[in-house]
Every structure is written in C-alpha cells, then in structure tokens.
Ligand binder design. Structure first.
Ligand code: SF4
Length: 575
C-alpha cells in the first residue's frame, strides 16, 4: 500500500486536530512547527511571513517576520453590520490595518502575531462568528449568490449554503479548547446519514484524518453563475419550474489548482452528475464528501482534490458509488438554460420595496490609502445604517435591505472618501480579480493583488483607443498556479510562473463555463500589456458582432492565435 503523506500522519496522530498546537501557542517563539501549522489551518489560520522582508532579515542573521492570516467563515458571504465591524476593529487591534474579502465570500485578516491569536479568535466567537473550517482539509465556506433573499428563489440559495456549512462543520472540540477555553458554540447535532462504516463518534462525516484536501461547494442558478459553479468540488444548481423547486442538479469534480511543472495536475470543470430531489440534497452532498474521504488520493497532496478521482473513475462509476451509499437513484441532469453572470454591482431593487447596493472592492482589499478612504467609508455607512452585508464571489461588497432614502446618504459618504463606484471604473477593472499572493502567501511566486491594478491601468488606454470600453472582459491574476482567483475560467488570465514572470491564458468564458488555454509563458510583468494589446486589436478587427473576447479566442483556437505571432508590428504589416 502506498505511503500516506506527512500531513495525513499529522492529522491521524493529532487526536482530532489537537497535536502539539496548545503547547506551541503557549511558547515564546513567534512561529509554530510544520505539524502545528498544518493543524492550525483547520482553525482558519495560516502561518505566513513577510516575503518582502525575508531576504534582508536572512542577511542580517534574523528570523523571518512571522505572522498569521485568519480566514473567517460566512456562508454565502452573509454578515451583519456588527459582525463586519468586529473584523474592522480586529484589523487595527491585531492585524495589519486592512481587511481582505476573498473570492469565496469570506473575510481575511493579515499580520496577526501568534500571541494575539487567542484574543482575536475570542472576539470572533463573541460576535457569533467562526473561523473553524476557514482553511484545512474540510469543506470550506459554502458559496451562494449574494443577492438579498427578497424572493423565495434567492432565499433558497442562502439557506442551502448555511445548511451545508452547518452539516459539514468539523465536530471536534479542539477549536473551542484552543481558543474559547472549551466553550462550544451552538452547533446543531446533525446525525450522519450515509456513513456506511463504523461511525466515528467525534467526526462522523470526516473521520480521524478528515478529507485528503480542501473541499469546495457552490450554489448557483443558471441565470447567474456568479459563484463559478463549474469550478467547485460540488456545484449545486437548483431546478425551478413555475417558481416551484423541482430538485437540484449536481456537478462534481471541478477544481482550479495545478502545478506548472507537474503534467499530472490540471484545472477541471465539474461533470454533470444528475439531479436529486429537494429532501435528498444533504444526504447526496454528504455521500459525495464521504467518497472523496474514502477514495481521494492521500499519498500525493498535489493529486488529492476530488477532480482527480473523477478523472480517474469517470462520472458513471462515481454516480454508482454514490447511489450505493445514499440508497437512492439520481435522476438524469435536468437541462437548464444557458449560464449567465451578474456581479450585482450598483443600485438594484430587491423586489420587496427595498434596495441593495453593490460596491466594487478592487481585489477585495479594504483599506484607507492616499487615493481613497474605502475602509473609513464602509465603517461610517455600516455604523449609521446597521444594514446587513454580503461579500460577493468577485470579492465585492453588497449593502442590503436599504430604504430609498439611504441612497443619497451612501453616495455622499462615498464621494466624501473619494471611493469609486461601479460607473466610475472601467469594465476591465470591474471584472478583474486577483489573489493576495506576495507578500503574505507562502506559495506565491509572483505578485497578483499588487500587480493587477497596474496591468489594467496599462490596458485601459488601449481599450479606449480600440473602442472596446463597452465590452466586459473577465481578467484574473494569481501569484501561483493554485488558482485561488479562479483564473482558469477567465477570458484573460495571468498566472505567476516565477518572480515577475507570468503565463498568459485566454479563451475561458465570461460566464465561467469553459476553461482557458495557455497562450504565452514567462512573460515579464512589464511586458504583459504589450503581449495582450495585439490580441485585443485582433479581436476587435475579426470578431463577430457582440462576440466576447473569451468566445472569440476560443473560436479562433489557441493554436491559430499562437501561430499568428501577434505583435504590433506584425499587425501593422497585415493591415
Ligand atoms: Fe497564494 Fe497561489 Fe492562492 Fe495566490 S493562487 S493566494 S499565490 S496559493
């Protein structure tokens, strides 16, 4: 039998995520061992160090500048004003003075010193929030369309996200012992429905070694695929007929991460598994999780996401295994309409006489700087209105349940703090997404959040001169191939390859239904704009009416695009 990887041993020997964590948290050092680092992920904590300072510190013979990132959980991105304001307060008390919305509708705080972790997590707990399962080999924040639930349809999405998050929450008491002095938050005692072997009393769904890797679930109606449902381990697509819920279509085996150097790794879109009846959903989700738990690769973490199991087995075998576990048959996938995308920005009517307002947050980073007082503006709005918020899957912010008279108030505050709204930014910026990457992410090999604004700034004048400002393009950038900002479904993506060098990908769809193809590699950051502009020009000159950039690149074909060897001088000759 193949040998399990090191992380599997840590989990197995940890007594349900305890291991040496408590002892190491109490020690004087500012960092923890590899074993505790892996176990702390389940508490939503990543040990990091300031990569910008690493070399200089090493040259001075000093240790790294250690700190932790905390990622909370917020099903469907839903938070009350008070809860958001707790994160805001913590950012100053213990973090680096900024908040980061993630592409999975959660909030991250960066720069927390080890000795402040307990105080931070206690504040989170007091606000009826949690970071349990924010990271680690369990189901992550369940994503759902963030639009307010004024209609039954929208309410359904948010309700399912909460139900699944609750059902798949780790049940070990380790989190509460470590951070809350043993006090357990009220978690409904959800019995395992499909565990077919001896039931693990502590973790009836996950067992002692939890899942082989992280696990992602998202829910979307076809008319609004803002959660990128094809990129999830489980994608859930409710089927509504005449406003009645008929069932849930299930997609399985989507996932973004890959390695540039390992050809066995790849991004993948979910397969259409079939449809389940409304009351069967939780059992089906748990059944799928249990298959991944039992058959996912535990030898090589690079190959342990469920997408590789689907690739290996095929969807039919996977379905048969699931049907045995859950004890019911799945119906065939119910054909739904074409997938579309709404980013929910700007002022919208909710359908119940109230309004919601979607504010773009560039790359999800909330801070005050010399250009704008974004963090102050949000704080002032929420303190005054006390309205609920939603984090969108494009790391933007929705203020919901607003009255008509709130509009002038919100707009005045945003103007006062020089915060730009939807109509004041280009479509390229509006649909841009980047992961945090350098200097905090330990896996980053290049910048993303700090680089994308400059790249878009470089593209914007060209989009204007080409007359393409009214054409939305999804542009995404990540600092490594793990794909946290879902670059492999974008129309145009830049993925860090090594320091300041990127691969360029094109041809995904704006609606998130198709994967990209690799167009160029090892392109220096300063040359990204120059490599892309000829492509934009070629699109403009040869597109079908209204044809989107991603669809155009896909229709022409990556081989042809590469063979054309597009550059500005070649294009000038061909005109
Ligand atoms: Fe870090 Fe890579 Fe994820 Fe970006 S894509 S946050 S660099 S792991």
């Amino acid at each position: 039998m193949a040998k399990a990887n090191k992380v599997e041993s840590y989990k197995l020997e940890s007594n349900y995520l305890r291991g040496p964590v408590a002892e190491e948290l109490a020690s004087e050092t500012l960092n923890v061992s590899e074993e505790s680092y892996q176990l702390l992920k389940f508490s939503g904590l990543y040990q990091q160090d300031d990569r910008d300072q690493r070399k200089a510190l090493r040259e001075q013979g000093l240790d790294r500048a250690w700190s932790f990132m905390l990622r909370g959980k917020s099903s469907g991105g839903a938070l009350s004003a008070k809860q958001y304001l707790v994160y805001d307060e913590l950012a100053d008390l213990y973090g680096n003075g900024t908040l980061r919305f993630t592409t999975r509708q959660a909030i991250q705080l960066h720069g927390i010193i080890k000795h402040d972790l307990k105080a931070t997590l206690q504040k989170i707990h007091e606000a009826l929030l949690t970071s349990l399962g924010g990271c680690g080999d369990v189901s992550r924040n369940v994503m759902a369309c963030p639009a307010p639930e004024a209609s039954r349809k929208q309410a359904l999405l948010q309700d399912i996200a909460k139900d699944i998050d609750l059902h798949l929450m780790p049940r070990s008491g380790a989190y509460y012992e470590l951070w809350i002095d043993g006090e357990k938050q009220k978690v409904a005692d959800v019995p395992s429905t499909v565990y077919t072997q001896a039931v693990d009393e502590v973790e009836p769904i996950y067992g002692k070694t939890y899942l082989p890797r992280k696990f992602k679930i998202g829910i979307a109606f076809p008319e609004d695929n803002c959660v990128d449902v094809f990129t999830q381990d489980i994608g859930i697509v409710p089927v509504m007929l005449d406003d009645e819920l008929k069932g849930y279509n299930l997609l399985v085996g989507g996932g973004m991460g890959m390695s540039h150097t390992d050809k066995d790794t790849f991004p993948r879109l979910g397969d259409r598994l079939g449809m389940v009846e409304p009351q069967q959903l939780l059992a089906a989700v748990e059944g799928i999780v249990s298959i991944q738990r039992d058959y996912g690769n535990r030898e090589n973490r690079k190959l342990s996401r469920m997408k590789y199991l689907l690739e290996d087995w095929g969807v039919e075998r996977f379905k048969q295994e699931l049907e045995v576990r859950v004890g019911f048959k799945l119906s065939p996938w119910f054909e739904v309409g074409e997938f579309k995308l709404d980013d929910h920005l700007g002022w919208r009517e909710q359908g119940d006489g109230r309004y919601y307002f979607g504010l773009p947050i560039e790359n999800g980073r909330i801070k005050d700087d010399e250009n704008q007082g974004l963090r102050s503006a949000i704080r002032e709005i929420l303190r005054a209105l006390g309205c609920e918020i939603r984090i969108s899957p494009q790391h933007n912010m929705l203020f919901i349940n607003l009255k008509a008279e709130d509009k002038d108030f919100i707009e005045a505050i945003l103007r006062n703090y020089r915060v730009k709204t939807r109509d004041e930014i280009s479509l390229a910026r509006r649909y841009g997404m980047a992961c945090p990457a350098l200097p905090t992410c330990s896996l980053a090999v290049a910048d993303a959040e700090r680089a994308l604004p400059g790249v878009i700034e470089g593209l914007e004048p060209h989009l204007i001169s080409l007359g393409l400002t009214q054409d939305p393009i999804s542009i995404r950038m990540t600092g490594c191939p793990n794909g946290c900002a879902r670059p492999y479904t974008a129309e145009l993506a830049f993925v860090g390859q090594s320091l300041d060098l990127y691969k360029i990908y094109v041809g995904g769809s704006f609606e998130g239904t198709r994967l990209v193809s690799e167009y160029a590699e090892k392109v220096p950051r300063h040359a990204l704009v120059d490599r892309v502009v000829p492509l934009l020009r070629y699109w403009k000159d040869h597109r079908n009416p209204q044809e989107k950039f991603g669809d155009f690149c896909h229709r022409i074909g990556i081989d042809t695009l590469i063979t054309l060897n597009l550059n500005e001088s070649a294009l000038a000759l061909s005109l």
